[in-house]
Design a protein around this ligand. Structure first.
Ligand code: COI
Length: 312
């Protein structure tokens, strides 16, 4: 680790090369052996279904170097299950949880020297990617697939890390259709967000904020992360946009975003600004949630849900 000349504290959420990635090919109806590669590129057919018809899925999880010297991976099995659900959604062959986890552990271990030091503010982002590689010109699922996992050290997704940021409601674009692929982790959902994200940035906001595509009434999600709002009791339900007015705190959450507080949400077309944090700072409950989550990820809080894998 010390042989790397990386400014960990100022690392961006970007890509940097590491030593190895791991790969597994699906051919003749079955997944093959796990292969280790130090190539950064992949060689695929120009008619591969992932290139033409978006038959691809990805995941995102992180590994942490902890205070006790151990390396922990967060919610690996849940990522395997989400990928399986995506596979069912866009007709790709499922990878077993066992194989998925074996590959994640292997790629982290092989790139151990790239896991940022404890308390540097950075972590090792793990990116599993499953693509249809078989050639197809008709709109059909491929007969061959590649599952590859690479890692790269990353800093916070939003500049400044744990900091309250302004968001803007984007009404002229939908991130996903109600009965479409929005519930799956496919690249097409993110392609659909690029224009809205650019617009938000051009207007000086940290992130775009979507309403539901059908009625434009309920909160959908916050760009590349989920949304949470804080009130008295815990509920998972649709939130009408006007309810933002009644929230004590709000934020975006996800693997990349961790817990990223929101200072205000501007709905420009409605001439409305929902100010969430009057002093522009993260609220106390968001801070508590952030500390709790980080505590579990770093093995400093009890792992009561079985979310953490300690690498041996
Ligand atoms: C993640 O949190 O892993 C995500 O899915 C966001 C990513 C697209 C940057």
């Amino acid at each position: 680790m010390s042989d790397l000349n990386i400014d960990w504290a100022n690392l961006k959420f970007g890509y940097m090369p590491t030593d190895y990635n791991v790969r597994c090919y699906f051919r003749n109806g079955a997944w093959g052996e796990i292969e280790v590669s130090s190539e950064e590129s992949i060689n695929i057919h120009m008619a591969a279904t992932c290139l033409h018809y978006g038959q691809e899925a990805f995941e995102g999880l992180k590994a942490y170097r902890c205070k006790d010297g151990k390396i922990r991976i967060f919610r690996m099995e849940a990522n395997a299950e989400r990928l399986q659900s995506t596979c069912r959604g866009i007709l790709m062959p499922e990878l077993s949880t066992e194989k998925f986890c074996e590959m994640i552990k292997k790629v982290v271990k092989l790139n151990e020297r790239f896991i940022p030091p404890y308390e540097s503010g950075a972590s090792l982002y793990i990116r599993p990617l499953l693509i249809g590689t078989g050639a197809q010109v008709g709109v059909h699922p491929a007969n061959e697939y590649l599952f590859v996992v690479f890692v790269t050290p990353v800093g916070p997704y939003f500049k400044g890390g744990f900091f309250a940021n302004p968001y803007v409601v984007i009404r002229e674009y939908d991130r996903s259709a109600p009965l479409g692929t929005g519930i799956y982790k496919v690249g097409g959902n993110y392609a659909a967000s690029l224009l809205a994200n650019k617009k938000a940035h051009d207007l000086g906001y940290a992130c775009e904020f979507y309403l539901d595509a059908k009625e434009k009434k309920y909160i959908d999600e916050a760009g590349a992360a989920n949304f949470f709002g804080i009130k008295k009791k815990v509920e998972r339900r649709q939130i009408p946009i006007e309810e933002l007015e009644t929230l004590e705190e709000a934020g975006a959450c996800g693997t990349a975003a961790v817990i990223s507080p929101i200072s205000k949400i501007d709905d420009l077309e409605m001439n409305k600004s929902y100010v969430i944090s009057k002093d522009g700072k993260p609220g106390p409950i968001s801070k508590k949630l952030y500390d709790k989550l980080r505590g579990i990820q770093y093995g400093e809080e009890p792992d009561v849900h079985g979310w953490v894998t300690v690498l041996d």
